[in-house]
Structures are given as C-alpha cells and as structure tokens.
Design a protein around this ligand. Structure first.
Ligand code: FMN
Length: 135
C-alpha cells in the first residue's frame, strides 16, 4: 500500500504535523511542490488557512496529481477556523478525487494566539490518527 505525505506551510506549523504523520507511517513528508511519483492509495495532505483560504499551491498540487491520488486524508492547522476540510472537499470534488471523512486538525500559532501549537500532545494525536488509518 503506497502512502505519501504532502503539505503546504508558511510558518512551519503544518510541517510539524506532516513530519509527525510521516514518521508514524514510515515515509518522508514533502511539500506540495513535489509531485507524487507513483499511484498513491493514501495521501495525507496538509494545509492551512490564510485570510480564510488555502494557498493556491495546494489546489495546483491536487489538480496536477489527481490521477495518482487514491484517497486524500486531510490534516490542517489554523488559528481560528475549525479545519480546511470544507475547502479540501470542494477541491477534491472539482478534481474527481476521493476525500476521506476522517481528518486531523489542531490549532496553529499565529502571532500571540496559540503559542507553541502544534505542541507535543498535538503531534502525538496526529501520529495516532495516521497509524490508525494505515494499520
Ligand atoms: C497571512 C495569514 C492569514 C491568516 N488567516 C487566517 C484565517 O483567516 N483564519 C484562521 O483560522 N487562521 C488564519 N491564519 C493563521 C494560520 O492559519 C495558522 O497560523 C496556521 O497554523 C499557519 O500554518 P503554517 O505555519 O503551516 O503556514 C493566518 C495566518 C497568516 C500568516
């Protein structure tokens, strides 16, 4: 079963989750600038919100790799929003890619808000999320 982890980050919060998830399932986390190299059954895809929207690079990644993606498992960080799931759902539908209803989200630090997040507890929860999906 091919598993991959891709993420988009600006300040490193979502990369922390990506690296925890990747470590838990024995792969390497890579940014969305790196295309999938082969058919991938489970894609953990990490994103965040900037002025209520995901970065366009996430959209381009899904569009460019849609034929290689089995199922997307969304994970995200944000300061206020509950997750990027709705935006990912819209994108997945546009590209004809399956999106699992299972996702992982936690707070991400932003200025004075949520300092230290994701923290160790967040990373542990992200690892468990990924291991549960891949077992
Ligand atoms: C320019 C900018 C705009 C943001 N807008 C939002 C927002 O609209 N809603 C929200 O919940 N968080 C917002 N945030 C906070 C980020 O979503 C949060 O810090 C996230 O963890 C950043 O992830 P990253 O470090 O992986 O880029 C914004 C952050 C930045 C830098």
């Amino acid at each position: 079963m091919k598993v991959a982890v891709r993420y988009y980050t600006r300040s490193g919060n979502t990369r922390k989750l990506a690296e925890a998830i990747a470590e838990a399932v024995g792969v390497t986390a890579q940014p969305v600038s790196v295309d999938l190299d082969e058919q991938t059954e489970i894609l953990f895809l990490g994103s965040s919100v900037y002025a209520a929207g995901m970065d366009i690079a996430v959209k381009h990644f899904v569009e460019d790799n849609q034929n290689k993606i089995g199922t997307i498992y969304n994970f995200s960080t944000a300061a206020l929003l509950s997750s990027t799931y709705k935006q990912m759902k819209k994108l997945a539908e546009e590209c004809g890619v399956e999106l699992s209803p299972r996702e992982f989200h936690c707070r991400g630090s932003f200025g004075p808000l949520h300092k230290g997040r994701p923290n160790e507890a967040d990373l542990a929860a992200a690892r468990m999320f990924a291991q549960d999906i891949c077992r």
